[in-house]
Design a protein around this ligand. Structure first.
Ligand code: F6P
Length: 324
């Protein structure tokens, strides 16, 4: 291997900078040059490369966002785009690539590798959604659930003060991991996730019970991808069903969950996966995502990482109900 390049792609996630730092410093430690690719696959196609030195990644471990910026690239979906990306990598002498991102990123890498297998690619799971198979936690998830938890704690104060029912929508286009953990951690009365299809009637029965006990202050955490259509839609259904007996408010947390200083867990995970990604490239590995399962480093083929989301732990869903 001649040079190691690293890029961030798709939705940014806290901890990506810690990961970039680890990739760069590990590569340099083992005697390789390190290159940053700006703006994900877009920058790869444009040859937007920057050499990263040991101290060029100082003071970024604590920063949210990504110093390399991120993008979702339409051009990389085309053969011409991928050919140009390959041409740029070869021209810059790059033959080992570390991709930090989610399923879109690995889908792109997988297609690229079939066309240009001489470039080695290792993926690192970086998304707040935690929706990749082959790792217990993705980079960004721990920070995002703590951000959501703190916000919901604040909402709980005002919900109690006014005896209100709040629907709080958290991120998770296809997965309910953020909703589930932040819901448990805040003692939410209910959590609505795309993985469970019995949500509406089940929620009605929980609220019915609470109403008969005169418990009017309630928190319902809704994953944005929930099949019922999100927090506003669900609030409307409840309003109708209960004939306005609940004083309802809706809060959409949105992109506030994507930014901020990464937690300690996040920085350590990102550093470990960053280091292992370079070692994997040195071992000749390619087409694999590096993850951590039961505290051990595990490699999963891209195809499997993107197609098999880890199931939501149904015991945790039960927990919401038993403990609320
Ligand atoms: O990063 C993943 C994610 O947060 C999803 O949960 C969400 O639907 C999506 O990104 C939104 O991203 P964007 O606004 O960048 O399209």
């Amino acid at each position: 291997m001649k040079k190691v390049a690293v890029f961030t792609s798709g939705g940014d996630a806290p901890g990506m900078n810690a990961c970039i730092r680890a990739v760069v410093r590990t590569a340099i430690h083992y005697g390789y040059e390190a290159v940053g690719i700006r703006r994900g696959y877009e920058g790869m196609i444009d040859g937007d490369f920057v050499e990263l030195k040991q101290f060029g990644v100082s003071n970024i471990i604590q920063l949210g966002g990504t110093i390399l910026q991120s993008a979702r690239s339409e051009r990389f979906r085309t053969v011409e785009g991928r050919q140009e990306a390959y041409r740029q990598l070869i021209a810059a002498d790059i033959d080992g690539v570390v991709a930090i991102g989610g399923d879109g990123t690995f889908t792109g890498a997988n297609i690229f590798l079939k066309e240009f297998p001489e470039i080695r690619f290792i993926g690192i799971p970086g998304t707040i959604d935690n929706d990749l198979f082959g790792t217990d936690y993705t980079i960004g998830y721990d920070t995002a659930i703590n951000t959501a938890m703190n916000a919901i704690d604040n909402i709980k104060d005002t919900a109690n003060a006014h005896n209100r029912l709040f629907f709080v929508e958290v991120m998770g286009r296809d997965a309910g991991f953020i909703a589930l953990r932040s819901g448990i951690a805040t003692g939410a009365e209910a959590v609505l996730v795309p993985e469970s299809k019995k949500d509406t009637n089940h929620l009605f029965s929980i609220l019915e019970k609470n109403l008969t006990q005169n418990k009017m202050s309630n928190i319902v955490v809704v994953a944005e991808g929930d099949e019922a259509g999100g927090a506003f839609k669900m609030a409307e259904k409840v309003r109708e069903k209960f004939n306005n007996q609940f004083d309802i408010r809706v809060t959409i947390l949105g992109h506030v969950q994507r930014g901020g200083r990464p937690t300690c867990m996040e920085r350590v995970l990102a550093s470990r996966l960053g280091m292992e990604s370079v070692r994997a490239l040195m071992d000749g590995k390619t087409g694999l995502m590096v993850g951590e399962v039961d505290k051990k480093i595990v490699f999963t083929p891209f195809e499997k990482a993107i197609k098999h989301h880890e199931d939501l732990n149904s015991l945790l869903l039960d927990m919401v109900e038993i403990l609320s």
